[in-house]
Write a protein that binds this ligand. Structure first.
Ligand SMILES: Cc1cc2nc3c(=O)[nH]c(=O)nc-3n(C[C@H](O)[C@H](O)[C@H](O)COP(=O)(O)O)c2cc1C
Ligand SMILES: *[C@@H]1O[C@H](CO)[C@@H](O)[C@H](O)[C@H]1NC(C)=O
Ligand SMILES: *[C@@H]1O[C@H](CO)[C@@H](O)[C@H](O)[C@H]1NC(C)=O
Ligand SMILES: *[C@@H]1O[C@H](CO)[C@@H](O)[C@H](O)[C@H]1NC(C)=O
Ligand SMILES: *[C@@H]1O[C@H](CO)[C@@H](O)[C@H](O)[C@H]1NC(C)=O
Ligand SMILES: *[C@@H]1O[C@H](CO)[C@@H](O)[C@H](O)[C@H]1NC(C)=O
Ligand SMILES: *[C@@H]1O[C@H](CO)[C@@H](O)[C@H](O)[C@H]1NC(C)=O
Length: 400
């Protein structure tokens, strides 16, 4: 008892000493007398006071969008987006894991062409950058245009958008809002009803979707304490049957490639290869489903160590906690082909398409700046030698 109490008091003081920050404290101002401002709360205090959106030129990085959205949307709406499972340790770990691994920047490299090397292909489709908008339900919680803002901005920024099946707008409405040059991959939840599945696949094909994204990480409802306080739990709430045989059957039901989203171990990545998946997404669903599940960086490292050939055999994407250019670069260095951005895009949509495009442009700029400072001349040539893989650090639950 005594030792448990002691341990808890140490743990509490460690947390107090190093609190978790939703938004970064990039230079804090202690007290109102300071005559220089750097922290979001100080710099944008007027907008906090009158609860309005700051102009986009005040939005410096992706985390700022969370601050801005929280300022103007109802707490219930914000909570649906912000939610993580249970104690939210996986949610935090998704963000903090990036700080546990150092880069190995090289110097004396001509990187002046880096901006022209961000373009990539994702399952054969051309995009301007190796990141995309992850499927997130209910975009109407931040903006009346809902998913229209996301699909328009993705096309304008020439990146991929994966609409969620449980979006506010339906498959056809999102396709109608998609500019002619936009590309979407339709996310689906399926429940072993072949008639319903065939209908969804047919609608996705007719809507011009270039791939299906089958979410496999939500076999049970998410254990979402924060969300339950406001009655905004998961949109997908039943125990859902699935199997690799089922996946094989799904492949016969559509002409579209079926990406498996939510791979969290090297074993399942290998099984995806064995079962003919063209691509997988390493993801713990933004830490919303199972507290204790690994971040995609940890899974990418596991694959890198135990079966690195997987990165060549199929396309591997990853999402969760990517907020800065260097976060994305750490995943790309391990062999990930593209990274997904979830919450920041939903928060950016508080501004509508203009905000989402601003988010896209911020991340493109950061990718180029950070790759340049790493001595990467051509983003397509980034590899694991640019990263220091420290297996001890991977065991840290959160950064210390
Ligand atoms: C509000 C919200 C809704 C989501 N809805 C879905 C969904 O319907 N289907 C799905 O596969 N993933 C869903 N996700 C998970 C995202 O696709 C993605 O894995 C996650 O948001 C990435 O982490 P990030 O938010 O830290 O970037 C959702 C995430 C959020 C934040
Ligand atoms: C809210 O505050 C900001 C920052 O002080 C100011 O620029 C803006 O005009 C204010 N908006 C309204 C509607 O009061
Ligand atoms: C990227 O763009 C260049 C032209 O700027 C083109 O030659 C190259 O094929 C493109 N690469 C990919 C992967 O799309
Ligand atoms: C992608 O771009 C290349 C040229 O870089 C072009 O040959 C190819 O047709 C494009 N693919 C698609 C699917 O548009
Ligand atoms: C909050 O979410 C509801 C849907 O539950 C939506 O109708 C409303 O417009 C949202 N509020 C804002 C400010 O986006
Ligand atoms: C789509 O067209 C818009 C407007 O011309 C352009 O800004 C954008 O870059 C294009 N996107 C793609 C995917 O080509
Ligand atoms: C399966 O889906 C179809 C089409 O949506 C529906 O009509 C049917 O009732 C469903 N069957 C079961 C057993 O739920």
């Amino acid at each position: 008892m005594l030792s448990a109490t002691l341990f808890l008091s140490f743990a509490a003081s460690a947390l107090a000493a190093r609190p978790f920050l939703n938004e970064p404290d990039t230079g804090s101002v202690q007290g109102a007398s300071a005559n220089w401002l750097a922290r979001i709360d100080d710099a944008l205090a007027g907008f906090a006071a009158n609860r309005t959106l700051p102009p986009l030129e005040n939005i410096i990085g992706l985390p700022d969008f969370e601050w801005a959205a929280r300022n103007v949307i109802p707490i219930k709406n914000y909570t649906y987006y912000r939610n993580g499972a249970a104690g939210e340790w996986s949610y935090r770990n998704n963000l903090e894991v990036f700080s546990r691994f150092r880069l190995r920047p090289r110097v004396m490299v001509d990187i002046t062409n880096i901006e022209n090397t961000l373009n990539t292909t994702i399952l054969g489709q051309n995009f301007s950058a190796p990141f995309y908008i992850s499927p997130c339900a209910r975009a109407d919680y931040a903006h009346p245009e809902a998913e229209a803002g996301l699909v328009k901005a993705a096309a304008a920024g020439n990146i991929l958008y994966m609409p969620a099946l449980y979006a506010h707008l339906n498959i056809e409405e999102i396709a109608a809002a998609r500019p002619e040059n936009g590309t979407t991959f339709q996310q689906v939840y399926l429940n072993a009803n072949d008639t319903a599945t065939a209908e969804i696949f047919k609608r996705a094909e007719a809507a011009g979707s270039k791939a299906i994204v089958y979410t496999a990480d939500s076999a049970a409802d998410g254990n979402r304490h924060r969300a339950l306080r406001y009655g905004v739990g998961s949109a997908d709430s039943s125990y859902t049957p699935s199997s690799w045989e089922y996946y094989k059957k799904l492949q016969t039901m559509t002409t579209l490639p079926i990406i498996i989203k939510g791979i969290m171990t090297v074993e399942d990545a290998q099984l995806a290869v064995d079962n003919g998946a063209p691509a997988i997404v390493l993801s713990n669903h933004g830490g919303r489903q199972l507290d204790g599940s690994p971040s995609s960086l940890e899974v990418a490292l596991e694959i890198h160590e135990q079966a690195p050939g997987i990165f060549q055999k199929i396309e591997v994407y990853a999402d969760g906690g990517v907020r800065y250019g260097a976060d994305a670069l750490k995943l790309l260095a391990l062999g990930v082909k593209a990274v997904g951005i979830g919450r920041p895009m939903m928060y950016a949509n508080a501004y509508g398409a203009e905000g989402v495009l601003h988010a896209i442009n911020i991340l493109k700029k950061e990718l180029a700046l950070d790759a340049g400072n790493m001595g990467v001349a051509d983003l397509k040539k980034i590899d694991a030698s640019y990263m220091k893989w420290n297996s001890a650090a991977s065991n840290g639950w959160y950064s210390r």
